[in-house]
Design a protein around this ligand. Structure first.
Ligand code: DX5
Ligand code: ZN
Length: 210
């Protein structure tokens, strides 16, 4: 199980937090971008994001909580992200997947807590990551929604039975207790405040990886 660290809610400012993630044992930096339309909050300062991440060491896993991802994907491609995840609930999400293919960036699809995971079935062969939201998207530090577990179990079973290769990721409310609920079903766990609200990132990461 790989660990991606989200810096949305942190004890320190974004720059210092990114520096701490880069120095830690994390496997990825998870970047949450929000447009104020798909979710209420807005932190879509693309130039600033690029500036903050241009010297990144860890591979980037970018989570776009936005209605219109294509222009953002184009701008962020300078960072050479490993994966960009868009939401299944937005209009014309397939166009964004095509754009990601063109730019040779791995493709992820995220679903909200209220979206039926079975709806993803027709797309599972063509994507690299499924991100199951275990909180309502929009902010860090919320509680894990337990019903998410059924989605993860179904997805893991479907993936294994059909020999598919996409990564299963879970995002929101992951701490040293909830991680034990999900660890048998996921390839990537995304954790934010459980890591970034502390000083010793490696200590927190170890608690998740136990
Ligand atoms: C929620 C974000 C998550 C969030 C995770 O909209 O997509 O990545 O920052 O933070 P925690 O672990 O604090 O729930
Ligand atoms: Zn996220």
């Amino acid at each position: 199980m790989k660990i991606a660290v989200s810096y949305l809610k942190s004890k320190y400012d974004v720059k210092k937090t990114i520096e701490l993630i880069n120095k830690s044992n994390a496997d990825y930096i998870h970047i949450d971008l929000m447009d104020g339309i798909f979710v209420k909050n807005n932190n879509l300062q693309i130039e600033e994001t690029i500036e903050n991440l241009k010297n990144h060491i860890k591979p980037l896993n970018i989570h776009l909580m936005v209605e219109k991802p294509i222009p953002i994907i184009e701008k962020l491609s300078v960072l050479k992200p490993e994966t960009i995840v868009i939401h299944f609930e937005i209009p014309n999400f397939l166009d964004s997947l095509i754009k990601l293919d063109e730019l040779k960036i791995k493709k992820g699809l995220a679903i909200n807590p209220d979206t039926d995971v079975l709806k993803l079935r027709p797309f599972l062969e063509q994507i690299d990551e499924v991100l199951i939201m275990s909180v309502y998207p929009g902010k860090g530090g919320q509680n894990f929604i337990k019903e998410t577990l059924n989605k993860l179990k179904w997805l893991k079973k479907y993936k294994d039975e059909n020999g598919l290769t996409f990564n299963i990721a879970v995002d929101g409310g992951i701490n040293d207790e909830t991680v034990f609920l999900i660890r048998d079903y996921v390839d990537i766990v995304i954790s934010g405040s459980f890591i970034c609200m502390h000083d010793d990132y490696n200590k927190q990461i170890k608690l998740l990886a136990r």
